[in-house]
Design a protein around this ligand. Structure first.
Ligand code: ADP
Length: 622
């Protein structure tokens, strides 16, 4: 019973451990799958980051190259106001140089048009302090008056002198453009009307400028463009028109001048088209105005900038990366910076690629598939286990029923066998003197004994097998037990037999009924598998420490080679047992009983001269 219980417990423990190991294995596997998924996703992210970094470096280089290419043009535009500069930026010590400031300064309210009109009509009148009645101005006006008088008199030498003096005065006294330019324009117009000035002189004064030995006079076109912010819109238009009219009359180039003036006037109408700097002196290349301008610091606290289209540069980069097989045909580099101003190195570029999404999806679905397979395996294993338990329980129940059936049948056989034996004994007594009855009653008794022995063996096997037989151990005298075996010899020896007893007077700690069963089975086998007359069975003891050996020897046929262990299996019968009837249960019962006593039974010796079985009992007393 205890053994059955412990086998049940060990089965449950093994099952629990198995389940635990399985659960651990599944968790471990799940961990590996998760790790694989993370690795795949990280690989995609790393590749993406590397390509984004590559694209950013490309962007930085391309922007820098564009600006480096344009820098000479910007420098030229700085020097020459006639050159276009609308798409350039140039700061010098945080002061905007390009594009030129076109909005009038607050003090640009001087009435230049009125000044011009007055200079034309009556330069000799009294000048008030507003325009300026300082010495140089008065001299300038005087020289203008002299020029007019010489022109009116048609005095060629006078005209030349007055004009030369006027130019010399201009070179000597640098005056505000608002005053200088009207006087120049009036003088040139007078000259144009009254004399035939040389075209080169007029071209120099209107456009190219004049270079003297020590000084330089700017042409009117440049002079006006350089001081745009000194004039109101009305004055600017007025002066520009006058310059254009003179240029036209003298066939002097003015198309670029006119274009710059138009641009300047246009800028006046719009909000300023120039991005503000986030800080006065950035040290890194930057994108301003949401990426419309690229600026980069240069030597001497200068900051150069150009108008750019980051979008198309990114398209170029995309094409280049596709060509180098870094991007797939559907991949695209995109800018994600929404900041008004950002350092180029901090611009956030993204690779918009269906490949990433596919790779991420593939990693995810691989993981899901593996997890699903793992789940199915787990379900299958748990299912098989549950099925196994069910089958085990059914089988257990079936064995239980079978055992109960065998027990019931064997029990039912006992009573009729006992009464048959009783009747056979009575018959034997009554037919003692009837020769015709011969030895039939005694043969009936022998067969009934054999059948009873078989039934007893089946019953004992069944009870031991089902754990129903718990040994009731006690200290018993071995000599008494063997003596009883001798008394019952007729029931186990079916042929002439001699029982030789050589046991020491000792005790063993055992269940008397079970030990009796063992001894009877072994003694009976010694007679049964024996062809000698008489069959001899010897029971002897051999002390050992701890415990004792009981040896049961016979002069029988011996056990065929290689079967000395197998004969202890349930229902096993060796080749020598062909001629005799039996169940193959006797030795199996002996082994079960000896194991229940913590001892053993085995074949110590076997051969043609006979066989010796060895019983070992570890305890002599309780
Ligand atoms: P059974 O005697 O009913 O066949 P056992 O379990 O008692 O079953 O014995 C199993 C087999 O072992 C026997 O059939 C026989 O072949 C062999 N055997 C047992 N005891 C002896 C013996 N003393 N000598 C020779 N063979 C034996």
């Amino acid at each position: 019973m205890a053994k059955r219980l412990s086998s049940k417990v060990s089965l449950i423990v093994a099952l629990g451990l198995g389940l635990l190991a399985l659960a651990w294995g599944l968790v471990w596997l799940q961990g590996i799958f998760l790790e694989e998924r993370e690795e795949a996703l990280a690989e995609v992210a790393a590749r993406r980051r590397a390509l984004e970094q590559f694209a950013l470096i490309e962007l930085e280089q391309r922007l820098k190259a564009k600006l480096d290419e344009t820098r000479p043009t910007i420098d030229a535009a700085r020097e020459d106001p006639l050159l276009p500069a609308g798409q350039f930026l140039l700061y010098d010590r945080s002061e905007l140089v390009l594009p030129r400031q076109s909005h009038p300064k607050p003090d640009a309210g001087a009435p230049v048009t009125a000044l011009y009109q007055r200079l034309r009509q009556d330069p000799g009148s009294q000048w008030d302090g507003h325009v300026g009645d300082d010495e140089p101005w008065n001299v300038r006006v005087q020289l203008l008056t002299e020029l007019r008088e010489a022109l009116e008199a048609g005095d060629r030498a006078g005209i030349e002198n007055a004009f030369r003096d006027l130019l010399a005065h201009r070179a000597a006294f640098v005056m505000a453009t608002q005053r200088d330019l009207p006087t120049t324009m009036v003088a040139l117009e007078m000259l144009q009307r009254g004399a035939r000035p040389r075209r080169e002189l007029m071209a120099g004064l209107l456009r190219h400028g004049l270079t003297g030995q020590t000084s330089r006079l700017d042409g009117a076109q440049r002079q006006l463009l350089e001081r745009l912010d000194r004039f109101t819109t009305r004055d600017l238009r007025f002066l520009a028109n006058r310059i254009i009219a003179l240029c036209e009359a003298q066939s002097v180039l003015y198309s670029d001048f006119s274009a710059r003036i138009d641009e300047a006037l246009e800028r006046r109408g719009d909000p300023p088209n120039v991005p503000a700097l986030p800080n006065p002196s950035p040290s890194e290349p930057m994108l301003l105005d949401h990426g419309r301008w690229y600026v980069t610091p240069a030597r001497n606290d200068r900051l150069y900038g150009i108008e750019v289209r980051v979008g198309s540069i990114l398209e170029e980069i995309t094409a280049a990366m596709r060509q180098r097989a870094l991007l797939g045909p559907d991949d695209e580099v995109k800018g994600r910076s929404s900041a008004r101003a950002a350092e180029v190195s901090a611009v956030h570029l993204e690779i918009d690629s269906p490949t990433w999404a596919e790779a991420t999806d593939a990693a995810e679905s691989r993981y899901r598939l593996k997890a699903l397979v793992e789940g199915i395996i787990a379900l299958l294993v748990f299912g098989v286990m549950a099925l196994g338990i069910l089958v085990y329980r059914r089988r257990h129940r079936f064995l239980e029923l079978k055992g109960e059936f065998v027990s019931a049948v064997s029990h039912e056989l006992r009573t009729p066998l006992a009464s048959i034996r009783l009747m056979a004994e009575t018959l034997e007594r009554r037919t003692k003197d009837v020769p015709r009855a011969r030895d039939y009653p005694s043969r009936i008794i022998r067969d009934v004994d054999g059948l009873s022995f078989l039934v007893e063996n089946i019953l004992s096997f069944n009870r031991l097998e089902r754990g129903r037989w718990v040994p009731k151990q006690e200290t018993i005298s071995l000599a008494e037990l063997v003596e009883k075996l001798g008394r019952d010899k007729d029931s186990w020896a079916r042929r002439p037999a001699e029982l030789e007893i050589g046991v020491v007077d000792t005790t063993v700690y055992a269940d008397p009924d079970l030990l009796q069963l063992v001894l009877t089975n072994l003694a009976r086998n010694g007679c049964q598998y024996n062809e000698r007359e008489p069959a001899e069975v010897a029971i002897t003891t051999e002390p050992c420490s701890p415990g004792i050996f009981i040896l049961i020897g016979d002069n029988g046929t011996g056990i065929p080679e290689g079967q000395a262990e197998r004969i202890f299996d349930d229902f096993y019968r060796a080749g020598t047992a062909q001629k005799t009837r039996g169940s193959g249960l006797g030795l199996s019962i002996c082994r079960k009983i000896m194991e229940a006593h913590d001892g053993h039974v085995r074949v110590r010796d076997t051969g043609p001269e006979g066989t010796t079985f060895e019983l070992y009992f570890p305890a002599l007393t309780g």
